[in-house]
Design a protein around this ligand. Structure first.
Ligand code: FUL
Length: 464
């Protein structure tokens, strides 16, 4: 078997496909830090300080939905060990706070009511639990917490495991029994993807919202080693870490050159996680520091449209509500997405291609695809009249792996074609900005792929 034949055998699981199709979903960071103005709690905080008097999980979920997001992951327990649910294994919970109600329950129910998938973040690092650092005793505690979260709150689409791993209240570090945690999740919520320190979804390697030029989903097995991910994660509460981009040495994870000598390969797609504010938690002094719409649109285009998913954090205030500035920004993001991808003119075009079956790209489905027999192919879309274009969307059928290595996009101009974009991978979805170009035809040239490309969809979006 040659290299390309070997590479295209690596395909996603059903749970990974469903996860990727969510595209854009929310992180909610909320704990005692919201009341102490910190990013990391030390575990000594009293539950007495936790009093989000106006908490309304439906307000969170409605705002998340308005942005076009399809899921929500709640920090059920952050590094400080404070549990947002009625955990039977510790007193350090919301039930002993002035708020006194199970926030995980309220959030899961609000998600269900509004058709948003629910996910849990449970920090393995626990600075409050006296069992931390004692091996199996803490693993038992952690598994008990996981079990409560995975059995008491309906379907869970994501279990998000953080890489941060420091010392507990006894000054000891814990070596996590990851395999045991994974098997509990597989048993209790077989459809949930385990993200970051887990086998299903790969951390993109930074918290700034930076994406690689080519984000590969087929990567070496060692990319999912949780101990290595932990080492690369934030190990102290430091602002600079949150701004850092992908390390240049990690820029290429999945080209043929990187994979040729790898014996074990896996499907491990990237997730881009970043916050709408400078920190993961709300700080009063940062009320006006919501990231600009343009910046968030750019991250959306490069993540969802760059073969990754986009996990955007929005932290509730100490009242328990999302701040109006965040709510407004989320609405704006939603409006941008709805408008940008509203008017697809591809189905009205005169389309030519060098192989049969091109009409299959007009419906966004994996059932029928355009599948030329060569690694290269050319498709031209001719419009009735000159059109002003916003974005081009191209998708591969990832059930048949990720195959395209490079492509170009050109538009007709003065009787010829002018190249306007040189792309690398496509994968689940590539969004190509066309920057308002006015033209009467557009050409996509796949210039290299593994064996042959399998294109499931092409959309060409007109600007108003
Ligand atoms: C990091 C944590 O230390 C941050 O507080 C935050 O939860 C982020 C998503 O992951 O590793």
């Amino acid at each position: 078997m040659n290299l390309d034949e070997r590479l295209i055998k690596i395909v996603p699981s059903e749970r990974q496909i469903k996860f990727q199709q969510l595209e854009f979903y929310a992180f909610i960071h909320f704990t005692v830090n919201t009341f102490t103005d910190k990013e990391w709690g030390d575990g000594t905080e009293s539950p007495e300080i936790f009093n989000p008097a106006k908490l309304d999980a439906e307000q969170w979920v409605k705002a998340v939905k308005s942005a076009g997001m399809r899921g929500l992951i709640l920090t059920c327990k952050h590094h400080d060990g404070f549990c947002l649910w009625d955990c039977k294994y510790t007193k350090h919970t919301v039930m002993n706070s002035p708020y006194g109600k199970d926030i995980v329950k309220e959030t899961a129910e609000a998600c269900k009511k509004h058709g948003i998938k629910f996910g849990v973040y449970l920090s393995p690092w626990d600075r409050n639990c006296h069992l931390y650092g004692q091996g199996k005793a803490y693993d038992d505690y952690f598994v008990n917490q996981l079990t409560e979260l995975l059995t008491g709150y309906g379907d869970v689409f994501s279990v998000w495991f953080d890489g941060a791993c420091g010392e507990g209240p006894n000054g000891k570090k814990q070596y996590y029994d990851w395999e045991r945690y994974y098997s509990v999740i597989r048993k209790l919520q077989p459809q949930a993807c385990i993200s970051v320190c887990g086998p299903d979804v790969r951390w993109c390697g930074n918290e700034a919202g930076h994406t690689r030029k080519a984000e590969w989903s087929v990567v070496p097995m060692r990319a999912k080693d949780s101990e290595i991910i932990s080492e690369k994660s934030q190990q102290e509460d430091n602002e600079e870490f949150r701004q850092r981009r992908v390390d240049a040495r990690d820029e290429d994870l999945g080209s043929r050159k990187m994979l040729v000598n790898e014996n074990e390969l896996i499907w491990y797609p990237a997730e881009v996680n970043t916050s709408i504010r400078p920190g993961w938690f709300w700080h009063e002094s940062e009320n006006d520091k919501v990231r600009p719409l343009e910046e968030l649109m750019d991250i959306y285009i490069k993540s969802v449209g760059g073969n990754a998913t986009f996990l955007l954090n929005i932290p509730p205030t100490n009242e328990g509500l999302l701040h109006e500035n965040d709510v407004r920004r989320l609405e704006e993001i939603g409006e941008f997405i709805r408008n940008a991808f509203a008017d697809n003119i591809a189905p009205d075009c005169d389309i030519t291609a060098d192989c049969e079956g091109i009409e299959n790209v007009l419906t966004d489905s994996y059932e029928s695809c355009y599948m030329p027999d060569t690694p290269e192919t050319e498709i031209t879309f001719k419009f009735d009249k000159p059109e002003k274009l916003g974005y081009l969307v191209i998708k591969e059928n990832i059930c048949m792996s990720q195959r395209v290595e490079s492509f170009t996009v050109s538009v007709s101009e003065n009787g010829g074609f002018r190249e306007v974009y040189e792309g690398t991978v496509i994968g689940y979805k590539r969004i190509v900005p066309l920057n308002d170009v006015v033209t009467d035809s557009l050409k996509i040239k796949i210039t290299d792929s593994r064996i042959r490309p399998v294109i499931s969809f092409v959309g060409i979006y007109r600007l108003e």
